[in-house]
Design a protein around this ligand. Sequence first.
Ligand SMILES: Nc1ncnc2c1ncn2[C@@H]1O[C@H](COP(=O)(O)OP(=O)(O)O)[C@@H](O)[C@H]1O
Ligand SMILES: [Mg+2]
Length: 408
Amino acid sequence: MKTVMIIGAAQEHCLGIERAAELGFEVFAVDGNPQAPGLALAKASAVVSTYDHEAALLAARSHIASGGRIDGVMTLASDVPLTVAYVAEALGLPGIGVESARLASEKLLMKDCFLRHEIAMPAYAEARSPADLLDFARQHGMPVVVKPVDSRGARGVQLIRSFEELESSHAVARQYSPTGRVMVESYLPGPQLSTEGYMLDGKAHVPSIFDRNYERLELYAPFIVEDGGEMPSLLAATHGPEVVDLMQRAALALGIRNGVIKGDLVVHQGQVKIIELAARMSGGFFGTLAAPVANGVDLIGIGIRLAVGERIDPAELQPRWQRGAAIRFAFPSCGVIGGIEGLERIRADGACRYAHVFAQVGDVIAPITNHPSRPAVVVAEGADAADAARHAKRLMESLHWDVKGSQP
Ligand SMILES: Nc1ncnc2c1ncn2[C@@H]1O[C@H](COP(=O)(O)OP(=O)(O)O)[C@@H](O)[C@H]1O
Ligand SMILES: [Mg+2]
């Protein structure tokens, strides 16, 4: 039996571990959190930080030394392309290569590369100090986005509208960068898209385009916190080909000819611009759950088979049907959780395709400033995007949080 090594074993990775088993693969899973649910679900596992590529390789080698095998390496929702590529390269397995993985995990390197390839994106600069932020804002105007160079999950990503807020944003962003580096971009207003797809032999296939929901932008300002999204995107009809072209040029610029590509895009003044390309499926159940509900494309299965070197027929990336699918997250008020009620009722609802609460009774709900701090998710199906979004919203509203010491 072939074995796929999955980097990360959190809730969303469990979907990959289960799909691998359905396709006849064994899974060797690694995660730094010994409580990660996928570790017990996988055939074999090791407790290793997903960001520690050397330790992941040692774990892979010791799995092989003890009689196991590894035929491919992948991840799902974790932004760990370097770990995946490093282990794959060392073991002589398919992958995007360490060089491309490095470009995909460092936003400044990525954007320098995009700039050389004339790919449409916001103006950007490194900000070594708050003074650099001021210089950039004076030159390019407000608003700007201040963010860590090498984090993910919108951690420390801030939309800054005034010069007064600018100085303090530097320290906030820096705190989320493992290397203490900050960058700044022009903020591009416009509808935001999240895309899922693959590069196959140098060609981009993007079967899933979501309209992202930023209804809560003002509420959580200056942090940019998304509340899910829905597909099919209203903009896919007009901007679909432009999205595919941009993703293909961006992937090729990074040297990715075969592999998973996820896009953060914005339609700014009628033109699609790229905010970043991630060499993994998105976190937040877009690619793993909602996209297959909407169009039947088995994005996880394709990722597993690509990781072990199977040839993928591009026809497999063609939508098989068109339904609506939507994701919404929970945003309870801050305090200590005394109780959470309604999850079973939500799961029994005809429109619900997935519901999960990440928090437990006794946990503290801190102010929500990024994506990993949203404590519950639902994925709903509907006749179209708007119908699915209505269901997802209704289901999330029926989850009741008893939070003590509440504050707005
Ligand atoms: N320059 C920008 N213009 C408009 N929106 C932005 C910009 N930069 C970031 N965002 C928004 O913030 C989100 C998170 O920023 P991103 O750079 O993707 O960081 P992360 O790696 O944490 O996901 C993006 O998906 C997008 O919605
Ligand atoms: Mg992003």
